[in-house]
Design a protein around this ligand. Sequence first.
Ligand SMILES: NC(=O)c1ccc[n+]([C@@H]2O[C@H](COP(=O)([O-])OP(=O)(O)OC[C@H]3O[C@@H](n4cnc5c(N)ncnc54)[C@H](O)[C@@H]3O)[C@@H](O)[C@H]2O)c1
Length: 305
Amino acid sequence: MTAMAKARIGVLGAGLMGHGIAQIFALHGHDVVVYDPAQGALDTLKARVAANLRDLGEDERAAERVTPSSTIEGAARDADFVVEAALENLEVKQGLFAEVEKHARADAVLASNTSVIPITAIMKHVADGSRALGTHWWNPPYLVPLVEVISAERTSQRAIDWTMKLHTSIGKTPVHVKKDAPGFVGNRLQHALWREAISLVEHGICDAETVDIVVKASFGRRLAVLGPLENADLVGTDLTLAIHQTVLPSIDSRPGPSPYLKTLVDHGKLGFKSGEGFRKWSPEEQAALRLKVLHHLKAARDSGA
Ligand SMILES: NC(=O)c1ccc[n+]([C@@H]2O[C@H](COP(=O)([O-])OP(=O)(O)OC[C@H]3O[C@@H](n4cnc5c(N)ncnc54)[C@H](O)[C@@H]3O)[C@@H](O)[C@H]2O)c1
């Protein structure tokens, strides 16, 4: 774990997350080598990073610090920090880290950007587990500040401290997740909400559009500045207890995915990619929603929220 003024970063996977993660490290002066088995992803890597930088009004020359590599060795050799952003598949990730260990320096920190897979499982075969951890970024990596830094069973505090510092130094908001639970913190919270959102529709309490209006026009407005536990303190833990006594018994607590969700998938209603999921989406509506989210995230970044 060397000084981080100018670190060498290896990224595995040049997709949506990998190229955005590479971009942030490069923008902050680090040299980044990105591996992907798909030549097309490598061929377009620098152009995608440059286009994002241009769009954000940032220095496009940072893309020059991003180097594509068709081998894992190219990304892992000499790196201070290797972050994996490949497919969300346990075996693929385990295989990648086995290969990384053959080439990486003994003091390199190894991280996975998995969305929900426990880091302990991903790093199971890594010989020195003390340097292996999770760094869970959010999409798009150059606009959403959070990075969850996750301790797996064998992770050392030293590796966590170093990784927290590294991500602070590139302008991210790292938080330490002390125990390795599937989905970490953010996705557990997010999907607890989605489970109830689906359940409300499944049980005919309201339609999908209404669920989304309720969230966006009420507590969603506050969420960026008022977390749920700040909110509980604000209204009082006694009131929170009283509310929970009434409402929790009827909130969905089934351990598996909703049958309603399964039916949608079985019928090919896959959301944007098929034009219909919980609701119907024309190509124009899809483009408009994507743009709206992007504008919102940019405005939040520009306001320093
Ligand atoms: N998309 C999100 O919102 C998001 C957010 C946080 C975390 N993640 C996680 O980040 C990871 C990457 O997601 P993404 O959205 O960038 O996916 P993506 O499909 O956009 O990119 C994945 C990339 O991995 C490459 N790849 C395939 N096999 C590989 C291998 N063996 N080694 C290296 N690269 C390989 C693919 O060619 C592709 O370029 C996943 O684990 C995902 O769960 C995604």
